[in-house]
Unconditional design. Structure first.
Length: 129
């Protein structure tokens, strides 16, 4: 049973901010910033590609609602979304992170060597894509 399923079953405590028959949203137990939330399907779909269209649509709708609520509650400088699949999905259960961002929060995107790529290099990378 995934941790999300355990939260749905009330076997693990969580601060739940949204719940329906298909989707649940709750506070991240290891937040990047105050207000960090996870939105997940109730069923244990492993990745983005596994989500049924109606569940994905509800997750997106919930994300939009929570975005507005996070802006009202935390007055951030921005809001970020992150979603990991495969090896990088620590929960083995699809979930979308949504969290307030602040100018001094020190959260950053770490780029690989080489920096910004030329369009011709990118074009080669996506040949036959």
């Amino acid at each position: 049973m995934t941790v999300v399923e355990q939260i749905v079953a009330r076997q693990v405590d969580a601060v739940i901010v949204y719940e329906s028959a298909s989707v649940i949203a709750f506070a991240d137990h290891d937040p990047i910033n105050p207000g960090h939330l996870l939105i997940a399907p109730v069923q244990p779909y492993a990745s983005f590609i596994d989500l049924p269209a109606d569940v994905l649509e509800e997750i997106q709708s919930v994300a939009k609602q929570l975005y507005i609520r996070l802006e009202q509650k935390f007055a951030p400088d921005g809001i970020s979304f992150i979603q990991n699949n495969g090896f990088f999905n620590e929960l083995d259960h699809y979930h979308l992170h949504i969290f307030p961002r602040f100018k001094d929060d020190h959260f950053s995107w770490q780029c690989r060597e080489g920096g910004i790529r030329k369009v011709c290099e990118l074009s080669e990378l996506f040949t036959d894509f």
